[in-house]
Design a protein around this ligand. Structure first.
Ligand SMILES: Cc1cc2nc3c(=O)[nH]c(=O)nc-3n(C[C@H](O)[C@H](O)[C@H](O)COP(=O)(O)OP(=O)(O)OC[C@H]3O[C@@H](n4cnc5c(N)ncnc54)[C@H](O)[C@@H]3O)c2cc1C
Length: 389
C-alpha cells in the first residue's frame, strides 16, 4: 500500500518551500510532505544564485510577479520571524542598473514605459547621473543607464531557509529522500511518487518543484516538460582599491553583471554551454570573458584578485525561458513550478502564492498566472520576455 498523505512536493528548495508555506499559511489543512534529495542543499540552485531582485522585465506578468516578490522581501525578516527571531535575508535595495549604449537604450524604451505604467520606480539616467552612482566607470561607450532604485540583491540561502523554517513551523514535513518516479493510476490521475529506496508514497496532489531536475523527473511518467539544467558560473574577487560607493546590481552592455558581496565583488556572465549537470567553475572563463570586460569598464577591476568561484544550474525552459506554473488538464492533481531560467528566486514568493490558490481554490486570485501554465506548450501561446539575463 505504501504511505499516504494529502499533498507531496518533489524538491525542497525555495520554490517548493514557498509553495508549502503559502498553502499552510492560507489555511490548507492537509498533510504536506516534501521530498528533498540533498539534505545540505549542496547542489540546489537557490544557494548558488546571484540573489538579484529586479522589476526590470519586459512582460507585464513578470513585472507583476517581481513587484509581488519585492513587497515580500522588504518585510521578510519580520513576517517570517519565528518566536520573535527575525528571518534576516540581508536585502540590499541598492537598485538594478543596466548600463546602456544607444542600441540598448532604444531597445529598452518600450519596457521602461510598461514598467512605469505598472508603477515601477525606474528611469533613464544620463551619463553624469550614472557616474554619480559609480564614479569609477569608464563611460566612453555609454549614453546613460536604466536604473530601478528599489531593486537590489539579497542572500538566497537565507530566503530559502526562511521559507523552510516557516513551512516546517506550520506543519510541513521534509523527508530527505530522492523521488525516483511519479506514479499515475489507470485513469491517468496522479497517484504519488516512488522513492529511490523503492518505497511508495500516495497523495491526490503532487507538485514537481525540482528546479533543474524537474524535466528529467517529469519524464518518469512520460510527460515532456521542457526544462533542462544549464550551468551558470559566478566569480568572487577582491579589489586592491575599493569602489567609492556600494554597487547596485550592475549589468554591463556586454551582459557581464557585478555587485558587491560584503566588501568584495561577485560577477557573472551567461554563456552558451551544453545542457548538463555540471558544477565545475572555470577560471579561464573568468580570465578570458569576464575580466577583460570588467577591467575596461572600471580601472579598479584591472588589478582584482580572484578568490573563488562556483557553478549552479538554471532550471532552463527551452521553449520560452519563463516560469512554468500550473497543472495539466489530462493529469488531475499534478502541478509544476519550474523553468524560471534565472529568475526563480525572485519569483518564488509569487509562484508559491499562485500555486497555493490554484490547489486550494481551483483558480488564481492574487496574481493571474494562467499565461505561465504548462498547457501553453500545447497551444503555442508562449511568453516572450526580453529581460532574461
Ligand atoms: C548562477 C545562478 C545565478 C542566479 N541568479 C539569480 C538571480 O539573480 N535572481 C533570481 O531570481 N534567480 C537567480 N537564479 C535562478 C534561481 O536560483 C532559481 O530559479 C531558483 O533557485 C530555483 O529554485 P528551485 O527551488 O526551483 O530550485 P532548487 O533550489 O535547485 O531546488 C530544487 C531542489 O529539488 C531537489 N531535487 C531535485 N531532484 C530531486 C528528486 N528527484 N527528489 C528529491 N529532490 C530533488 C534538489 O536537490 C534541490 O534542492 C540563478 C541561478 C544560478 C544557477
Amino acid at each position: 500500500m505504501g504511505n499516504t498523505c494529502d499533498l507531496i512536493i518533489a524538491g525542497g528548495g525555495v520554490m517548493a518551500s514557498s509553495i508549502a508555506y503559502n498553502l499552510l499559511k492560507d489555511g490548507y489543512t492537509g498533510r504536506i510532505v516534501l521530498f528533498e534529495q540533498d539534505p545540505v542543499y549542496e547542489y540546489a540552485s537557490t544557494p548558488r544564485s546571484a540573489g538579484g531582485i529586479r522589476q526590470i522585465f519586459s512582460t507585464e506578468l513578470n513585472i507583476r510577479m517581481s513587484q509581488y516578490g519585492l513587497q515580500i522581501f522588504k518585510k521578510f525578516a519580520e513576517d517570517m520571524a519565528i518566536n520573535g527571531e527575525p528571518a534576516e535575508i540581508d536585502f540590499k535595495q541598492r537598485g538594478y542598473l543596466f548600463l546602456a549604449n544607444e542600441r540598448i537604450l532604444t531597445g529598452m524604451q518600450a519596457q521602461i514605459a510598461l514598467q512605469q505604467r505598472l508603477g515601477v520606480n525606474v528611469e533613464v539616467r544620463t551619463v553624469e547621473e550614472t557616474l554619480a552612482l559609480i564614479p569609477e566607470l569608464n563611460v566612453s561607450d555609454l549614453v546613460g543607464s536604466v536604473f530601478s532604485p528599489e531593486d537590489g540583491y539579497l542572500d538566497p540561502y537565507s530566503v530559502m531557509q526562511g521559507y523552510i523554517k516557516q513551512a516546517k513551523h506550520l506543519g510541513a514535513e521534509y523527508i530527505h529522500e530522492q523521488v525516483a518516479a511519479f506514479l499515475r493510476d489507470v485513469t491517468g490521475t496522479i497517484a504519488g511518487v516512488r522513492l529511490a529506496t523503492g518505497e511508495t508514497w500516495h497523495a491526490k496532489v503532487v507538485v514537481n518543484a525540482c528546479g533543474a531536475w524537474s524535466g528529467d523527473l517529469s519524464k518518469t511518467m512520460g510527460v515532456d516538460l521542457p526544462v533542462v539544467p544549464l550551468r551558470r558560473q559566478i566569480f568572487h574577487f577582491d579589489l586592491a582599491k575599493p569602489l567609492k560607493n556600494p554597487l547596485p546590481l550592475t549589468v554591463d552592455v556586454s551582459g557581464v553583471y557585478f555587485r558587491h558581496e560584503g566588501p568584495k565583488i561577485i560577477a557573472g556572465l551567461s554563456n552558451t554551454v551544453p545542457y548538463e549537470y555540471n558544477f565545475q567553475w572555470e577560471k579561464p572563463f573568468f580570465e578570458n570573458e569576464i575580466w577583460p570586460v570588467l577591467a575596461k569598464r572600471c580601472p579598479n577591476f584591472e588589478t582584482l584578485k580572484l578568490e573563488r568561484g562556483w557553478a549552479g544550474l538554471y532550471d532552463f525552459n527551452l521553449v520560452d525561458q519563463n516560469g512554468i506554473i500550473g497543472g495539466y488538464s489530462d493529469i488531475p492533481g499534478y502541478y509544476v513550478a519550474t523553468g524560471f531560467s534565472g529568475h526563480g528566486l525572485q519569483h518564488a514568493p509569487a509562484a508559491g502564492k499562485a500555486l497555493s490558490e490554484l490547489i486550494r481554490l481551483g483558480h488564481y486570485e492574487t496574481l493571474d498566472v494562467r499565461a505561465l501554465s504548462p498547457e501553453r506548450f500545447k497551444t503555442g501561446q508562449y511568453i516572450l520576455e526580453e529581460g532574461i539575463v
